[in-house]
Design a protein around this ligand. Structure first.
Ligand code: NDP
Length: 292
């Protein structure tokens, strides 16, 4: 079994970006600048945003974090996004999800300018992705493609079963992997909570991508021997042995599944690191597009 660790992949992407940003600086070209918006006090969201900011700093991307209380109104937030759209110094904008119930995620993601939509959630970005046009691919699917590429795994002609059809992971991935391109040409089955015979479908898969949000859901008896397993899930489970009282686990039961798979990505240390690396790449690309 080969462990598909995200660390070496993310490190190599970050080194490339660092060099490219430093080269731009020597040529007096603009330094990429990411604006990250965080609303409320969701612990996991704060951790994710802080990690994105820290990673920007490591490669030389400027980041500005805009933090708002839970009681910011929808129109105030949309106004802030519009100002960032107009601000020439900002290349990429991300709004950390989820948002409080009184703010429409749909309005927020459609307000971000497609040219600065480094999370790739705007319908324009998604539409371009569906048609295979150049665009920002949302960070987690993009990170998974980069992970597969690094480990030299081609999905051509393979049967890929994706569990979970969210707009940010499962659905875009199902499209990207079925298209006729260097990452694609797979035959994809996209499954969800209404899928019948999930176990049998999973057992027919050459590649399983789990994006469910249920700790250790995929067990060894759901995969065929030699399958490639990519675990997107990040779940907190109670663990009294940890200082903070919880451990992070994926959607795959790593202990049993790793004995049966040919490749498997760990949690933590797999797709999560790739998501951040992909976001950095998108931010750099936004900058060179807006300020060649
Ligand atoms: P969502 O909660 O938006 O979607 C979960 C999906 O799983 C839904 O499509 C749901 O089906 C499906 N599902 C739920 N239960 C079952 C079941 N019993 N059988 C089959 N399908 C089921 O999830 P996200 O895509 O946002 O996140 C999934 C996981 O990935 C989470 O753990 C999240 O934390 C993690 N994540 C990790 C990232 C990373 O960087 N590594 C980035 C983003 C997410 P239905 O549509 O029918 O409800």
């Amino acid at each position: 079994m080969i462990l598909m660790e995200g660390k070496p992949v993310a490190a190599s992407i970050k080194n490339e970006l660092k060099a490219a940003i430093s080269k731009r600086s020597k040529e007096n070209k603009k330094t990429p600048h990411l604006a990250a918006i965080l609303v409320g006090n969701n612990g996991a969201s704060e951790t994710y945003v802080n990690s994105k900011v820290k990673n920007c700093l490591e490669v030389g991307i400027i980041s500005s974090l805009f933090k708002y209380e839970n009681n910011i109104t929808e129109s105030e937030l949309l106004q802030q996004i519009k100002m960032l759209n107009e601000n020439d110094d900002i290349d990429g904008i991300l709004v950390q999800l989820p948002l409080p119930d009184h703010i429409s995620e749909k309005k927020v993601i459609t307000t971000i300018s497609p040219a600065k939509d480094v999370d790739g959630f705007n319908p324009v970005s998604v539409g371009n992705m569906v048609l295979g046009f150049p665009t920002f691919i949302s960070a987690t699917p993009y990170g998974i493609l980069l992970l597969l590429k690094y480990y030299n795994i081609s999905l051509k002609s393979k049967h890929v079963v994706i569990i979970g059809r969210s707009n940010i992971v499962g659905t875009p991935l199902s499209i990207l992997l079925s298209r006729n391109n260097e990452f694609g040409n797979a035959t994809v089955t996209l499954t969800h909570s209404h899928t019948a015979d999930l176990k049998e479908i999973c057992r027919s898969a050459d590649v399983i991508i789990a994006a469910i949000g249920k700790p250790q859901f995929i067990k060894a008896d759901m995969i065929k021997t030699g399958a490639i397993v990519i675990d997107v899930g990040i779940n907190r489970i109670k663990d009294d042995n940890k200082k903070n009282g919880y451990a992070l686990v994926g959607d795959v039961d790593f202990e049993s599944v790793s004995n049966k798979s040919s490749y498997i990505s760990p949690v933590p240390g797999g797709v999560g690191l790739m998501t951040i690396a992909a976001l950095l790449k998108n931010t750099f690309n936004a900058c060179i597009y807006l300020h060649p």
